[in-house]
Design a protein around this ligand. Sequence first.
Ligand code: NI
Ligand code: MN
Length: 226
Amino acid sequence: MRITYYGHSCFGINSNQQALLFDPFISPNELAKEINVDELDCNYLLISHGHADHIADAERIAKRTNATIVSNYEIVTWFAEKGLEKGHPMNLGGKWKFDFGTLKYVNAVHSSMLPDRSYGGNPGGFLLEIEGKTIYYAGDTALFSDMKLIGEYNRPDLAFLPIGDNFTMGIEDAVIAADFIQCDRIIGMHYDSFAPIKIKHENAIEAFRKAGKELILMNIGGSLEL
Ligand code: NI
Ligand code: MN
């Protein structure tokens, strides 16, 4: 499968003829200005929580692609009220078998309010089983000890963790999170897009290396094969 980075916490996963897109925040992101939102391929739009830096382009993409919006009940309902009725509502701890694989909506320690100040439900992350691989997309979150459950029972092959600090966990805590989830291969997200979350890439990579783990900081527009 192919993983592509679109900046901030937005990634595409292409697999089994399906295109998944996580947390689209592209057009307002100066760092992602080379990306054309209107060319992205998408069958499923996965939204971790309601903050604008995770849903900014969701409506535009869903309207064009007719993608299924997968998120918590409150967010899927909010989009349905805007006329985007192709949604799959979930809630924390629940999983569902989709045609691309199995997805579980898991805890995140954060907040969630939609741009019009509507209640966005509880924030979450996604645990994805796809093509025999387990992938954890943490969403925006603090470090929390229940991540150990993911390590004990799921052992992801790859994890997307926020590393930018201030709004989410920073590098130090993300290294601990990688340990809790028992994953050695981490893709960093939620960094550099705004002044308070700018990081020194070499320091972040080095902190993970010291812990025996690989931190991948993808180029925006860049892809990797898993
Ligand atoms: Ni957030
Ligand atoms: Mn955020």
